[in-house]
Write a protein that binds this ligand. Structure first.
Ligand SMILES: [Fe+2]
Length: 212
């Protein structure tokens, strides 16, 4: 006879969402938008469905110093949650995307990094999503009565101005076509352990005494 039935969720995939104080969003985003516009001017013609992207060095530019602080705070918060804050991380790349209506970004991940993230500077009222794909090799996907994070094979995050979403860099994701009427402007970044080879790559076991 059954004494008890229980469910455990193993190997969860963590999304870390950070919202800045709503009173600060308009001014902060206006200043980021002006800097981004400056960088991509004059805008070259891009193919239909494509977008404008800045160089990946925004984190080295003084104009983005406050943004870098925000990334560092968010990264530290997630590292503390994961209890890996004893291993410092650095930004390895940071760039802005300006997506006009109709543009999209196909499925990808961010190799050679531990955490990745995106911050929203401008988001259309409707029709803008970020879709994360189930990393499990799902060969059988039953249509359950209610879509859930256990039985579903995608997660749709809702962008909004002032929001930052961090995720494991291996997690595949895509940005569907911007179905809104205005541009979606976002800033993406990658974080990696600063001293990965020195601090994390060596074996964690110690040779026993007398071993050779
Ligand atoms: Fe991405």
């Amino acid at each position: 006879m059954i004494v008890k039935q229980d469910a455990q969720e193993i190997f969860p995939t963590l999304l870390w969402t950070v919202d800045i104080v709503s009173a600060d969003v308009a001014a902060f985003n206006a200043s980021l938008k002006a800097e981004i516009e400056n960088i991509i001017l004059p805008r070259p013609k891009v193919p239909s469905g494509s977008n404008w992207q800045t160089p990946q060095d925004l984190h080295t530019r003084p104009a983005f110093a406050d943004f870098v602080k925000l990334v560092e705070m968010a990264g530290r918060g997630l590292a503390q949650h994961l209890q890996v804050e004893q291993f410092p991380m650095m930004i390895t790349g940071c760039w802005a995307n300006v997506n006009p209506p109709g543009s999209y970004h196909p499925t990808h991940n961010h190799p050679n990094n531990y955490l990745s993230g995106v911050y929203y500077v401008a988001v259309p009222e409707t029709g803008s999503h970020l879709v994360f794909q189930d990393p499990r090799p799902s060969l059988i996907i039953p249509r359950s009565a209610k879509h859930s994070r256990i039985t579903g094979n995608a997660y749709v995050a809702q962008p909004r101005p002032g929001r930052m979403v961090l995720f494991p860099s291996w997690l595949r994701h895509h940005v569907p076509s911007n179905e809104g009427t205005t541009e979606r402007i976002s800033i993406a970044f990658n974080l990696m352990f600063t001293n990965f080879a020195e601090s994390l790559a060596p074996p964690s076991w110690k040779p026993s005494a007398g071993a050779n």
